[in-house]
Design a protein around this ligand. Structure first.
Ligand code: SAH
Length: 337
């Protein structure tokens, strides 16, 4: 529920508005997920809340911790038995939650494990926000950063994603800073433009992965509908309206999109956009793609820098625990079948 919905419900129960704030404080700040534990509320109020509200977190099925970098992958079960993945990543001094927006994904990007298992359904607002709360509960860590980079395409579940963002940034709820949230999209131009008008101003990341439509068609089937040019045009609108630098994600695949000419072409495509390029070594999920050598990846980055495009080679995390998008769930599904 949004802040306004909780306040409305509490007032309808005949209680003062500040009871809503107390309730939300228990859930979002003190991580108490049972009404019984909310000790500054009277027995009667707790009983009333128990009767009118449902308070439930995704159920932890499996947890894997990387020996290399402590990256932790959670497999959660939803009420209807479906499973989703969430990841906790550690950077210097802070923890980031990577959350899912759909069960499976309909986009079927060729390198991505999530698409291989097909699409089941959109997540509810509660299931999206619930992942952040569940990760905190299961790791006893404070989460100050959230990336919508788990399973699914956020902009195909647009309304629930936007509502979940309003809950995460609300000062009386999770209170995550807008600059500490990133929404990653495959690139759906009309949704990017709409998102620019939500007044949220979170960071936007676009999964470009190629600088020519010919190559992007191979990786991202949706590219046949929305070309690179249309996506970058929409990204420019987002960048100008929100005054935020847009992140461009680019998976590096050996001898496919890692040539010098790809880097130069990418730099040309991003000339008019205030962008930051995140280069990600592909995590092989089906044996088809391999990551380039370290030398080659550095060279790609250098070409971007020489052409005036800011870029970073992202550190691979959790390589020993199948932490790439959808891998753990896929393994779990295969084990069952
Ligand atoms: N649908 C959204 C968000 C989910 S994917 C999107 O497309 O952005 C989150 C990021 O993980 C995307 O950039 C995606 O391309 C990347 N990703 C998926 N599978 C990967 C793999 N095998 N190796 C490296 N990155 C991968």
């Amino acid at each position: 529920m949004s802040y306004e919905e909780v306040v409305d419900a509490v007032i309808k129960m005949g209680l003062e508005k500040y009871r809503a704030d107390q309730l939300l404080d228990w859930i979002y700040k003190k991580r108490v997920f049972a009404f019984e534990g909310m000790t500054n509320l009277s027995r009667e109020h707790r009983a009333l809340f128990r009767e009118k509200f449902v308070l439930r977190l995704p159920k932890l099925l499996e947890k894997k911790v990387s020996k290399i970098d402590k990256t932790t992958k959670f497999l959660y079960e939803l009420e209807d038995g479906n499973t989703i993945e969430s990841v906790l990543l550690f950077h210097e001094g802070y923890a980031t939650a990577c959350i899912s927006t759909q069960v499976g994904c309909p986009l079927r990007c060729s390198f991505c494990a999530t698409g291989q298992s097909g699409f089941v359904r959109n997540l509810t607002v509660g299931e999206i926000v619930g992942q952040v709360l569940a990760i905190e509960n299961d790791s006893k860590r404070n989460i100050r950063n959230v990336v919508y980079m788990g399973m699914g395409e956020p902009f195909l579940n647009y309304d629930n994603v936007v509502k979940s963002l309003r809950i995460l940034v609300h000062p009386k709820m999770k209170n995550v800073g807008v600059r500490r949230i990133t929404v990653s999209t495959v690139g759906i131009p009309e949704k990017i433009v709409k998102f620019a008008d939500e007044g949220l101003e979170v960071r936007l990341a676009i999964s470009l992965h190629a600088a020519s439509n010919e190559k992007r068609d191979v990786l991202v089937p949706l590219n046949r509908k929305y070309s690179i040019e249309e996506i970058l045009q929409a990204a420019k609108v987002y960048q100008e309206k929100t005054n935020r630098r847009v992140t461009i994600e680019y998976i590096l695949i050996k001898e496919f999109n890692d040539f010098d000419e790809d880097a130069r072409r990418l730099a040309r495509a991003l000339k008019d956009l205030k962008a930051f390029v995140n280069l990600i070594p592909v995590n092989p999920t089906n044996g088809e793609f391999e990551k380039p050598s370290q030398w080659k990846m550095n060279r790609f980055k250098e070409i971007l820098l020489e052409n005036g495009i800011e870029a970073e080679l992202r550190q691979e995390k959790g390589a020993d625990i199948e932490a790439a998008c959808g891998q753990l769930r896929l393994k779990n599904l295969r084990a069952k079948s």
